[in-house]
Design a binder for this molecule. Sequence first.
Ligand code: URP
Ligand code: ZN
Ligand code: ZN
Length: 461
Amino acid sequence: MRTIIKNGRIVTAVDDYHADLLIEDGKVAMIAKSIEAEADKVIDAMGRLVIPGGIDPHTHMELPFGGTSASDTFETGTRAAAFGGTTTIIDFAVQSKGQALNEALDTWHAKAEGKTSIDYGFHLICTDLPDQRLSEMRSIIDQGVTSFKLFMAYPGVFLVDDGTIYKAMTVASEKGGLICMHAENGVVIDVMVKKALAEGKTAPKYHALTRPTKAEAEGVHRAIALAEMANAPVYIVHLSCDDALQEVTRARDQGIPTYAETCPQYLFLDYSVYEQPGFEGAKYVMTPPIRDKHNQEKLWRGLQYNDLQVISTDHCPFCFKEQKELGLNDFTKIPNGGPGVEHRMSLVYNGGVVGGRISVNRFVEITSTSAARIFGLFPRKGTIAVGSDADIVIFDPDEEMTISAATHHMNVDYSAYEGTKVRGVTKTVLSRGELVIEEGQYVGRTGQGQFLKRGLFNSPR
Ligand code: URP
Ligand code: ZN
Ligand code: ZN
């Protein structure tokens, strides 16, 4: 199969030029000013950006949480991701207490295999790591799952203690693996939550009011200190606020190998979402919570100066009806998480490039290239170069759209960005050279995505 993309403006993390692109056997085969070869398909990208497919390194398809499961399956969630220009996700497999790490991974392989429209990899969430299990991390890394998520939050469910974190960091980094930290002081948060409930404070907004920014900053500080002691790199997931960012910035200024992602919800939404009438705030019950508005420009600054390297979504949707409603009378029973995998690229392009905050190259870097580098996918993914996978997005930088649950493709009954107008729309998407989206229509097939055996942690700088 040969495809030529003509007349596009090719943008990577470092390049920006007009050229044609020849795709052969799923790979970029040639880039030249003009290509006039025979092809099965010719796509005209005149007036459009031709960018590497987005990489979202933080999704939770079908995640079991709070007595229910995230409403997007690997099938629906990856199709929605493709609509938005994401061609790779890294999802989180979860070890239940007492379970062997291999068994946990196999369970997630069974959920995803043959179901996805785009390529996917896994991190492994470890919830139970007695000494005899630590060595299992090595075999997981050998299977191409080269990063692990550990939690400082959710005591009794996901939380692991500092000694375990330190040991896991040591074992993982010796093998070239990476620890991703959910950094929040969950023990203190639990005290605040119990106090709020005892005072009859049950509305969704108390989810946010019992998870202060200092609890996140303390977790980030501790995670970095543990990593430094373990001589290991650390990656902070879903960083939400300036207090936490300051800890990352300080560490990076000292040369400590610290990396961090933020998410669109922390860049575009603010605490006022919880002050909406009725139970509306439940739509935004996620962890960390949405913060006060002043944090947003600080996060953008972090992205501008590379203290934040990645924008992921933490896509973890639960329907408002029946799922979020589990917590109608008690905010602690609202399943934590929100939808987002479909609109990351457009939101970031609009807020970042159209908003004058970042260059178009930086847009590609934070939505694709840096994640590829950090999570062992570069240069197969995350760039457009001869020999790279032909995961290509043809993106209209001028078209506008309004985000709405009525038109999105995620399997969830609300949008966190309902009515938001964005400029910059994904038009056509190829995954390893195969069309998935053509001019806004799904033309892919369930099962065309492949599991990605990832390489070792690779510092982007
Ligand atoms: O609220 C969230 N973020 N749910 C998903 C689990 C996690 O902590 O990432
Ligand atoms: Zn988390
Ligand atoms: Zn998450």
